[in-house]
Design a protein around this ligand. Structure first.
Ligand code: COI
Length: 330
């Protein structure tokens, strides 16, 4: 399949916000959106988005994974950026309708249709640096996807960055483009210097997350990941893996831990990145202060594999959805 995110479903859903209200959404063929050059988003970054997936089952129907949780997270992102907050039902129905319209473009599992709701501030006012955009566009784009990281399910290499943060403390849990822009430079540097796939941001030694995914350590008994705070994205895959881990008898430890602890833990724990795009991707090597460190034997470990399979089985209908995470679309 083509590179992640470069091919799109034929149809997208779009709704406009003006005069204090959301207008009726439309579903149309994907096409450029004309915007005034003074649009708030271009100047003051009034934008947030979501990322989640729909799977096509053998019965020909689609299932959207954690739709309502992603809608709620988008509402929080919009609120934190002082943007018009999409109504939950409006956004959920836009997603359902666009999945139904693109259902023929959903590849067979474990591939899926990636869903990208996006909200942008469209107020035409380049003076509005300190006032919110009172006009907005919300759209839901779709993209048939496979693995996010190039090279398939190979173990990833992470550079440990123990000074810089991924983004600011107040926007870490907001899904906004600026956070990805902030991580881009360090990630490109790490790729060039060390061949690293991602940077694990650990400001002041506090292990947070990478540019594109959450981070976790997994042993035969325990899953360890940072406790929720505003400094990092509250990943739905992170949450799902923790819930499934509990069901499978792992001790789930959500607590802060340091780079020193991490470096000690990788002799007994596997490491993995969790995210909608990443799924649960194994980490094989870390680079710290110029030195390469192997995570366990450097190969994908059985615990991450077990948890990823448990998640994918629910997403693809091979295991019951006991958590009610799926929304059916006919
Ligand atoms: C996701 O996992 O859905 C994301 O939004 C990450 C992005 C880098 C593709």
């Amino acid at each position: 399949m083509a590179q992640f995110g470069t091919v799109f479903g034929d149809y997208f859903a779009i709704a406009r916000y003006a005069d204090g209200t959301w207008q009726q959404p439309e579903i149309t063929r994907v096409a450029p959106i004309p915007l005034h050059p003074a649009a708030h988003v271009f100047h003051y970054a009034s934008t947030c988005f979501e990322g989640f997936k729909a799977y096509r089952w053998e019965d020909g129907k689609a299932r959207i994974f954690r739709l309502h949780d992603h809608v709620a997270r988008m509402q929080k992102s919009a609120a934190s950026l002082c943007m018009p907050i999409p109504d939950a039902d409006l956004l959920a129905n836009m997603v359902i309708d666009v999945v139904a319209k693109n259902i023929q473009d959903i590849p067979a599992p474990p591939s899926s249709l990636y869903l990208r709701p996006t909200l942008i501030g469209t107020l035409e006012n380049i003076g509005a640096a300190a006032s919110p955009s009172t006009e907005a566009i919300l759209f839901v784009l779709t993209s048939p996807v496979d693995d996010y990281f190039e090279g398939g399910a190979r173990p990833l290499k992470l550079l440990i960055e123990d000074q810089k943060a991924r983004t600011t403390e107040q926007l870490g849990s907001t899904k906004t483009g600026g956070n990805y822009a902030a991580a881009l430079g360090p990630t490109l540097d790490a790729k060039e210097k060390y061949g690293a796939d991602q940077v694990l941001f650990c400001p002041g030694g506090d292990v947070q997350e990478t540019g594109a995914a959450n981070f976790m350590l997994i042993s035969d008994e325990e899953i360890l990941t940072k406790a929720l705070d505003t400094s990092f994205l509250h990943g739905m895959t992170r949450d799902s893996i923790l819930r499934l881990g509990e069901n499978l008898g792992y001790k789930v430890s959500e607590r802060n831990f340091t780079v020193d602890e991490l470096l000690e833990a990788v002799t007994t724990h596997e490491a993995a990145l969790s995210g909608t795009a990443a799924s649960l991707a194994p980490v094989g090597r870390l680079v710290h202060k110029g030195k390469e460190i192997s995570v366990m034997d450097g190969k994908p470990g059985p615990n991450a594999e077990r948890l990823r399979t448990a998640l994918q089985n629910i997403q693809c209908g091979a295991a019951p959805d006991t958590h009610n995470w799926l929304t059916e679309v006919a």
